[in-house]
Write a protein of this length. Structure first.
Length: 207
């Protein structure tokens, strides 16, 4: 006997988003079909469109859910936040592991290929993932500056520089399928090298 399907709104919403994400990742936004999403969902059309009235709403919901997952992926409670080097290495490594997942790379590819069709989706991703990550790092940089460990006169700008140094190039390579299969050892060497360069510059400025 089959278990009854949950009708809790959050469970139904998650099932719809699972179906929509599978369809969008397979077909892109333009090629995706709401009828196929409905088939994947396995529920009724009124239910699906009550949660997400349009295809754009479905896509934005998928992107919002992907963006919000950084909070789980970048849990740093096990890392000493008072020591810049191990904290930055853990932060960069976990950020890379998260952002290089298929679903995040999918968002990047859609932003490049079809982003002009739905600029609000880029705004959603920035608001839910990019801005909070930058704020988290900027707060650490300010604390380390207050403690005399580094010199930082503009924490937000320096945080962006850190992302440019450690993450942006790797994302570009994955997006354009250049060195797409970065193994754990190569990633660890990349992170250690970038964090070292970053901290050397900060410490030189502190002298």
């Amino acid at each position: 006997m089959k278990s009854p399907v949950s009708r809790k709104p959050e469970v139904v919403r998650a099932r719809i988003l699972n179906a929509a994400q599978a369809e969008f990742m397979a077909e892109g936004f333009a090629g995706a079909s709401t009828n196929r999403i409905l088939e994947r969902f396995g529920g009724s059309k009124p239910t699906m469109f009550r949660h997400f009235p349009t295809k754009r709403d479905l896509f934005e919901g998928v992107v919002a859910r992907i963006a919000a997952r950084w909070r789980e992926a970048l849990n740093l409670d096990d890392v000493d936040r008072h020591d810049p080097q191990p904290w930055l290495e853990a932060f960069a490594t976990r950020a890379l592991h998260w952002i290089l997942t298929d679903e995040n790379i999918f968002v990047g590819r859609m932003a490049i290929a079809e982003g002009h069709l739905f600029p609000e989706v880029g705004d959603t991703y920035r608001a839910l993932a990019v801005d909070p990550l930058n704020a988290l790092l900027a707060a650490r940089l300010r604390d380390w500056t207050s403690g005399g460990l580094i010199a930082c006169d503009d924490a937000e700008a320096l945080a962006l520089s850190f992302f440019d140094l450690t993450i942006s190039g790797m994302v570009s390579r994955r997006l354009y399928r250049v060195d797409a299969d970065l193994d754990a050892t190569a990633m660890a060497h990349h992170v250690k090298r970038c964090v070292g360069l970053f901290l050397d510059g900060c410490r030189l400025a502190a002298r």
